[in-house]
Design a protein around this ligand. Structure first.
Ligand code: ADP
Ligand code: ZN
Ligand code: ZN
Length: 755
């Protein structure tokens, strides 16, 4: 083997984003993917061994690898290649892409092992034994026995639990004394956790498939039977059509072929029912990667997957990198969800795109499922680039709930100033009388969404962000009084009695959020039992599940919530869904806002009438004629798609073009603007020209966030594959051309949001 190795150093530092060459010590056996400890400057860091090199680069001093990390299994070569693809596609350093492949915490030894207290002698053995005689004479027999036991144990420190097992639990009480007397040292000892401890197997048999499900499954099987590369499949099924059952049985087919399956869900905490169904069917073959896992538990799950001890992985976005040895199927449930796009951190990858690439490389099937597919995905089915399978009907022939659209302008004209229309009020009354349940959806939290001065017309702004502050009521059982809160940076401010701008006393509170919905609902229907689910009521770990369980047990009549209640909930007793205001997401300066509104309204409407009793939906809006709202009211995806895709075509938006966003963020506005201008200039001046349009530089719609100014340059073109390398050339060597070091530059290829 070559004596030199290329190592991807796991460091976020600028300049550490390339491979470094190290000397391999003579006795060290390495396979690509091994984790090693290497000197880097004055520090020791961990890195991943990528490949051997024949000759070290000239003129640099080559250091040797310090150690092979034996308790981290090597990364599989196919995942290393996938990381390389991610790095190229999303314009990020290879090392940053490699970080996606192992749990963050696995870099620390303490997480890879469970630490237990252990004891060793602090004095020579002879001294310890002499003291033990002496202690026996002083009737301190237990202390003497502990000392003897530790002295007798000659292979390193002795774990406390071993001592307790040998001499009884009382032994724990005398250890402190022995340590204080300088006879014993206390140490932390790493032991491997038992990842299989405490797991129970359950298995519910599959139900008889509906005709639609059976046809969908046959289509999936046909694709699975094809040799070689296969097209992705889109399972377009209305809400309640039983898509999950199709996933479950497709997985069973893949397992029967000896391969594994990865199931991605938008957000684990919000989809406990879906996750439970995988566990119920496949029991301990399922690893669930969820955010409530401790770092150690996450690492253990990762090891179980890597060692093929589990066949199915259910997780959010990052589970697309789960180290299954031979995945045969990747499912993306609710494939349209924005949470599949990583936006806040490099690499800004999209799990759908990565999943497709991983499937392509490993000959696996990508199964996308949604009632409201992303228009980009549906467009691809029309190009015969993705295979479309439809489930147009609900299980058991249950009807989709009829939707009544209420024009809130009419309510105002009829002098109804409540946030509840007459129609919605009477439906709630009916639901209550029938002993059924309702879900009320409003995509804004807080009580009032802004506080406005009537004299000068200014809304009270966050001092750190270019957004209005939200008014919150005092939270019950919470020390916080009523307050203004910034939903972007969490800045808290007292409620102003006079306008901070013009000192006027005429202050108005406008715009309703979920707190106001709850408050007004309790006033209108004092006997109603209400639960609210939004960021404010779910900060505590496990709070999501508690609220949903309580609602499922019938302990409340109404569940009020933000988009948290729009996803995947399946409660048979819910017969009424009310959308308090459908317009909240409609007017954002973003080309996806109409699509997002259509998806939200359709999805939340789909929570009604999933059980025996038929459901109904009331959608309140100021824009009843908007196609996103009128087609959602008819559950008519196709109508929405037809309309919307023509608009996208006319505007040249995706899928008819590709966007790349270069975002500049910094403390000093002038520096940020100057850097954005430099980016635009460099991209425009690239030799041969940029293959597309350079839009900007300009301030981002959200021009200030957490005290930082934000400017961006948008690049729009038809060929992403052509744009990325050109941009790479233009931005390379930032250390030289970027005059202001403090201004941070990030690239988002295919941004989900451009706010
Ligand atoms: P979707 O994900 O398409 O909205 P679900 O998978 O949640 O729909 O299914 C809706 C409901 O129908 C669930 O309660 C599920 O258990 C039930 N269900 C699914 N398939 C069948 C079937 N073949 N027979 C009976 N019930 C089914
Ligand atoms: Zn004012
Ligand atoms: Zn703020």
């Amino acid at each position: 083997m070559s004596r030199y190795a290329q190592v991807a150093v796991d460091l976020a530092a600028e300049g550490a984003d390339r491979l470094f060459t190290y000397l391999v010590p003579a006795a060290m056996e390495l396979v690509p993917g091994n984790w090693v400890q290497v000197p880097f400057g004055p520090r020791q860091v961990i890195g991943c061994y990528i490949a051997p090199v024949e000759r070290p680069p000239a003129g640099v001093q080559i250091k040797a690898i310090s150690a092979l990390i034996t308790d981290l299994p090597p990364l599989p070569p196919d995942l290393i290649e996938l990381a390389r693809w991610v790095a190229d596609r999303y314009l990020t350093p290879f090392a940053a892409a490699l970080r996606l492949l192992i749990p963050a915490a696995a870099r620390r030894r303490q997480v890879r092992e469970k630490l237990v207290a252990a004891l060793e002698l602090a004095v020579p053995t002879a001294t310890a034994l002499a003291v033990a005689d002496k202690l026996e004479q002083q009737r301190a027999g237990l202390r003497a026995r502990v000392l003897r036991l530790v002295a007798k144990h000659d292979s390193g420190p002795l774990p406390m639990h071993v001592i307790a097992a040998e001499l009884g639990q009382h032994a724990r009480t005398v250890v402190g004394r022995l340590v204080a007397d300088g006879l014993l040292h206390r140490r932390e000892l790493g032991v491997r956790r038992d990842p299989l401890a405490g797991r129970v197997a359950v298995a519910t048999p599959p139900p008889v498939l509906t005709a639609g499900q059976a046809a969908a499954l046959r289509a999936v099987e046909q694709v699975l039977d094809q040799p070689g590369a296969r097209l992705p499949v889109l399972l377009h099924g209305v809400t309640g059509s039983g898509k999950t059952e199709v996933y479950l049985q497709s997985i069973a087919r893949v397992l029967a072929r000896g391969r594994q399956a990865i199931v991605l869900v938008p957000e684990i905490a919000l989809t406990p029912q879906t996750v439970a169904r995988f566990r119920a069917r496949f029991g301990e073959q399922v690893a669930v990667l969820h955010s409530a896992l401790s770092e150690g538990e996450r690492f253990d799950e990762w090891i179980r997957i890597r060692q093929a001890n589990v066949q199915i992985v259910v997780g959010a976005r990052s589970a697309v990198f789960a180290p299954c040895p031979d995945p045969g199927l990747i499912v993306l449930d609710e494939e349209h969800e924005g949470t599949y796009k990583q936006a806040d951190m490099a690499p800004a990858y999209h799990a759908r795109e990565v999943a497709e690439e991983r499937c392509r490389r490993s000959g696996a099937l990508l199964l996308l499922g949604s009632a409201t597919p992303a228009v980009e995905t549906y467009w691809r089915t029309e190009q015969a680039d993705v295979l479309r399978v439809e489930l147009p009907e609900r299980v058991d022939g249950r009807a989709l709930p009829p939707v009544q659209v209420v024009d809130m302008r009419e309510e105002l004209r009829a002098f109804n100033r409540s946030i509840f229309s007459q129609a919605l009020q009477s439906e709630i009354r009916q639901t209550l009388a029938d002993g059924e349940q309702a879900i009320l959806f409003l995509n804004r939290r807080g009580y009032n969404t802004f506080v406005l001065c009537r004299s000068c017309g200014e809304a009270v702004q966050c001092p750190h962000c270019a957004v209005a502050l939200t008014y919150h009521l005092p939270a019950p059982g919470h020390p916080q009084p009523e307050r203004l809160e910034c939903h972007y940076c969490n800045h808290l401010a007292p409620v102003p009695r006079i306008c901070p701008g013009c000192k006027s006393k005429h202050i108005r509170y406008l715009g309703a959020g979920t707190e106001r919905v709850e408050d007004e609902l309790r006033r209108l229907f004092p006997e109603l039992r209400v639960l609210r689910m939004d960021v404010d009521t779910t900060r505590r770990k496990g709070a999501h599940a508690e609220i949903l369980d309580a609602f499922g047990r019938g302990e409340a009549d109404v569940l009020i919530g933000t988009q948290m209640v729009a996803k995947g909930l399946d409660f048979g007793r819910v017969t009424l869904v009310g959308v308090i205001l459908a317009d909240t997401t409609l007017n954002l300066p973003d080309f996806r806002s109409a699509e997002r509104t259509f998806q939200l309204v359709t999805q939340v409407a789909g929570r009604a009438g999933r059980g025996e009793r038929p459901g109904r939906v009331v959608v309140q809006t100021y824009q009843p004629e908007h196609p996103a709202i009128s087609s959602a009211a008819r559950h008519d995806y196709h109508a929405f798609f037809r309309e919307h895709i023509e608009w996208r075509r006319a505007m040249g938006y995706p899928p008819f073009s590709e966007y790349i966003r270069v975002l500049l963020v910094g403390q000093d506005q002038a520096q940020v603007a100057e850097t954005a201008a430099a980016v635009a200039e460099r991209v425009s001046a690239v030799s041969g020209g940029f293959p597309g349009e350079v839009i900007g530089p300009m301030a981002a719609p959200l021009a200030r966030l957490r005290g930082q100014h934000r400017h961006h340059v948008l690049l729009q073109g038809t060929e992403r594959a052509a744009m990325v390398p050109v941009l790479w050339r233009a931005l390379r060597g930032a250390a030289k051309w970027k005059r202001h070091k403090e201004v941070r530059l990030s690239v988002d290829v295919g941004p989900y949001s451009i706010l």
